[in-house]
Structures are given as C-alpha cells and as structure tokens.
Write a protein that binds this ligand. Sequence first.
Ligand SMILES: [Zn+2]
Ligand SMILES: [Zn+2]
Length: 167
Amino acid sequence: MRLSPAARLCDAGADMGHHCCAHKMEDLLARLEAACRAGGQRVTAPRRRVLEAVARAAEPVGAYAVLEVLPDLHPPTVYRALEFLEGAGLLHRVASRSAYMVCGAARAHAGTQFLICDVCGHVEVAPAPALPAALVAQAEGAGFAPTRWATELHGTCAACRGGKTDA
Ligand SMILES: [Zn+2]
Ligand SMILES: [Zn+2]
C-alpha cells in the first residue's frame, strides 16, 4: 500500500472526528480496567499506552507502527500487550495485514467481520453475530462447535467505488 504504517498514526485527539475522540478513549480505558480486573491483573502502563496508540491510529496498525510512536517500549512488551488486548476483546487483529484495530462494540463478541478495501486500504470492522448457515452445517457435520470466528471480505469501499482516487 502507498502509506507507511506510521503515516496512518495521528495524534489529533478529539478534534478530528476520529474514533480516538476523548470520551471513546475513556470508555476504552474503562473496558481495559474491567478486563484486567476480571483476570485478577493490573492495568500496566504498556497495556494502556499500546491501547491508546492503536486507538489513535486512523487505520489498523502493526507492532512496528506502535513501536514507532512508543520507542521507549521493547518489542516483546508491545507484542505481549497487543496479544493481551486482543484476548481481552479490546482489539481486533486483521490477519491479512498483521495489524490491529480497536473494537468499537460495547461488549465482547464471538464473530467479527472485516470489510477491507484493496484500493485505499481502509478497513471497517463490525460484529458478525451469526455464522452463515452453510458454515454452521459444515461445522456440525464435522462434530465441531465453533466458539469464535473472523471473516475478511476484500473488495472496494464505497468511496473508492465512487471513482474517488487518492493516488
Ligand atoms: Zn469488536
Ligand atoms: Zn477504498
């Protein structure tokens, strides 16, 4: 893609209309605290800072982009924090990008759907509460009980389909 991951990080805060606006960040930090408490753990500074860094990014970011804005953290610390935050349901991992984005849903959900624009790189994420019947039937046929799933749909977003180009 045309952007380096770091270029997608913004520190605009509340005024830019990004998902990083102040009250959303407060909600996220409250969810982080609840997740840590539920696991009998503390909110460590790296977990909080990594969550904030991903939340401020305009698009999904990988560990390297996080390290660029948090250069005082060691890579393993960042990897562990990202894994913890994903496990706690605060972040989603976009597998094909090896990148993370904030979960905007109020509570943890088993299924996730990503809409990935292959033209501009934008990713939309939404809960996917139900698996398609064909997949359920296949899993049942194999005696398999699904507990979570993520679907990546690749294609062209509405803005790009409208003929808008940024190249
Ligand atoms: Zn989510
Ligand atoms: Zn697009």
